[in-house]
Design a protein around this ligand. Structure first.
Ligand code: GRF
Length: 206
């Protein structure tokens, strides 16, 4: 299975996928393309260091989520990509891409969906809201991407304890280390091994 990864920032989740591929833990999946929504982000360096072809499709060069989705779809079809992974990708896409890659597109979100998710909940803002609310457990979720933000069928989740001493930064780092970087490679492996079925907005792992 050929995998494309969409990025917008530091690329720590991309790095987790690269490291899993190097340990032969992606179920035979091959990281074949990294598309960034921004120039100059460290995720592009990580891809280049791993010998993965990269492409920048700057979000501000497209006038709608649909136009942006169409541009991404074109590149994916050129490379015969099978699976699409959002890894720290900060853009909403719409249109044909969501239909063509239905149930073959996943995202990692840094909370236990349906808590602290949806429009405006991304990056540090998620952890600020977690600390503000005072919950004692948070975590990360890998879900299937659908047209509604952070609302697709949940694939994997992992809980992480919130400490009284946490700042948004310390919490983000622990959620990445203890949850995101473990769940995303595992989810990609399950898809590459065809072990995921989806019925009525629920996933079932064989
Ligand atoms: C992380 O908080 C991740 O959960 C979210 O984007 C942030 C940056 O991820 N999806 P990365 O380091 O660019 O992979």
């Amino acid at each position: 299975m050929k995998i494309a990864v969409l990025v917008s920032g530091g690329g720590s989740n991309l790095q987790a996928l690269i490291d899993a591929q190097n340990r032969n833990e992606l179920g035979g999946g091959i990281l074949s393309l990294v598309i960034s929504s921004k120039e100059g982000v460290y995720a592009l360096e990580r891809a280049k260091n791993a010998g993965i072809p990269t492409l920048v499709l700057s979000r501000n060069e497209y006038d709608s989520p649909k136009a942006y989705g169409d541009a991404i779809l074109l590149e994916l079809q050129k490379e015969d990509i099978d699976i699409l992974v959002y890894a720290g990708f900060m853009c909403i896409v719409e249109g044909e891409l969501l239909r063509v890659y239905k149930n073959r597109m996943i995202n990692v979100h840094p909370s236990l969906i349906p808590s602290f998710c949806g429009p405006g909940f991304y990056g540090l803002k998620v952890h600020e809201a977690v600390l503000e609310k005072g919950v004692k457990v948070t975590g990360a979720t890998v879900h299937i991407v659908t047209e509604e933000c952070d609302a697709g069928p949940i694939l994997l989740q992992k809980a992480v304890e919130v400490l009284d001493t946490d700042t948004p930064e310390t919490l983000q780092k622990r959620v990445m280390e203890q949850a995101e970087w473990i769940l995303l490679p595992k989810a990609v492996r399950l898809l590459c091994e065809n072990k995921v079925t989806i019925k009525e907005n629920r996933t079932y792992i064989k």
